[in-house]
Design a protein around this ligand. Structure first.
Ligand code: UDP
Length: 404
């Protein structure tokens, strides 16, 4: 994967900016650290980003911290608590957090010109900082954190040179530079690359979804905050007036009791309805998700809480109008009436779906605007440009200009 692959997709100016920034940073060391090599958006992005940076001559490395089962239980608690869903970790839990981080600090070589530490799990590694720019890259919704947990973490974050949040509303009061850089999608990944009509049709056939009526689609984990039950209610309202199908696609939830419960509720509610298709997708179903998004008439993301909502960017990139909850990073992507519609209720969702089913021309205009919006603002190339610009800006902190 090289930058040239993105010519004709990303703006020429964006690619030139990357080349100039990378030229100024050639041979310099850039280390990213997170807590998992596979699974989750951060790993997915780093897998694509690191080779691209290397191809630009930057000595980019990705290191994964090692944790124990106990450690990941603690960090899950910290994660939920920062998203305002659980209480703070106990003293014993925090001790585990610290000791695993310190063990990793001994193991990992973090000597670099720029170090990005992703999310709370490895945040304590900053204690190892000797030189270079250290940046804490936060991917989660931290707008309403449990205060105790946040104060524990804040002590660590304050030792960084800068912090990055995905959405401005997630920013915190901190005595360091803060940047807003949203996540991105890679238009050349399996999840987003162009597919032929035959391939799309074959996936629908494989999942036994006839393409005889318009298809409404929501792809997401079976999580209460994604409101799949609300989606079914909205679908039932729409279907009183329009023949259509609903596809709810999400991953298996064997290790997540909450997910299994939601899935049971969804199945119960959908029972006996031949127009509702519930798909349990195994991990690495990227091409299938790609095809489902391409074959859908309208994409829904009726979340009641959301970090960024990558599925929204994925659908807009495929020129699908998106009707989505007005939460988290969704309004950055769905501009109401321009790239889709923002909704706040089951009735509002049904109303907008009916409107678009009646007006395919409008649906097409929204979809086209959606693709362009994603192309300009949420592609991996823009993401890399922002990271490199931040690095240069932090090195030239006292200057009003970034020299590339
Ligand atoms: N996804 C997937 N399989 C599934 C459900 C979702 O691969 O069964 C992908 C989806 O395409 C997107 C990501 O997982 O790339 C979900 O990211 P998002 O920000 O929408 O939601 P999150 O799950 O992080 O809350």
């Amino acid at each position: 994967m090289i930058l040239d692959d993105y010519r004709g997709i990303a703006d020429q100016g964006e690619l030139r900016a990357i080349e100039h920034l990378a030229g100024a940073l050639r041979g310099r060391r850039f280390i990213h650290v997170n807590s998992t090599a596979t699974g989750g958006g951060v790993a997915e992005l780093l897998q694509r980003m690191i080779p691209l940076m290397k191809s630009l001559g930057i000595d980019a490395k990705w290191k994964v911290m090692k944790g124990t089962k106990q450690f990941f239980e603690v960090t899950k608690r910290i994660h939920n608590s920062l998203q305002g869903r659980e209480g703070p970790p106990t003293k014993k839990m925090w001790d585990i957090y610290e000791s695993v981080n310190r063990r990793n600090a001994e193991r990992l070589d973090l000597d670099a010109d720029c170090v990005f530490i992703h999310d709370p799990q490895p945040a304590l590694l900053v204690e190892k900082k000797k030189r270079g720019i250290w940046v804490w890259r936060c991917h989660i919704d931290i707008s309403r954190p449990n205060r105790v947990t946040w104060y524990l973490l804040k002590d660590l974050v304050q030792q960084y040179d800068a912090a990055i949040f995905s959405v401005a509303r997630f920013a915190q009061s901190l005595p360091l530079a803060q940047f807003m850089i949203p996540p991105s999608i890679d238009p050349l990944s399996e999840k987003n690359v162009d597919l032929t009509e035959e391939e799309v049709n074959a996936v629908f056939e494989r999942f036994d979804i006839p393409m005889d009526k318009p298809v409404l689609l929501q792809v997401s984990r079976f999580d209460p905050f994604k409101d799949p039950l609300g989606v079914i209610d909205a679908f039932k309202l729409v279907r009183k007036y329009h023949p259509c199908r609903l596809v709810l696609a999400g991953g298996t939830a064997t290790d997540d009791p909450e997910g299994a419960r939601v899935l049971d509720e969804v199945r119960e509610k959908a029972e006996g309805d031949p127009d509702i298709h519930i798909l349990l997708l195994p991990p690495f179903s990227d091409r299938e998700i790609n095809a489902l998004q391409r074959g859908a008439t309208i994409v829904l993301q009726k979340s009641t809480r959301e970090g960024f909502g990558l599925v929204v960017a994925e659908a807009l990139w495929k020129k699908k109008p998106v009707i989505a909850g007005d939460v988290g990073g969704i309004p950055l992507q769905v501009i109401d009436g321009v790239t889709g519609y923002l909704v706040h209720s089951v009735e509002g969702t049904a109303f907008r779906v009916r409107q678009l089913l009646q007006n395919p021309h409008k649906a097409r205009i929204l979809g086209e605007a959606g693709r362009e919006h994603i192309r300009r603002n949420f592609l991996i190339t823009g993401h890399i440009r922002n990271y490199l610009a931040l690095w240069r800006a932090m090195e030239d902190k006292d200057s009003d200009l970034i020299y590339v």
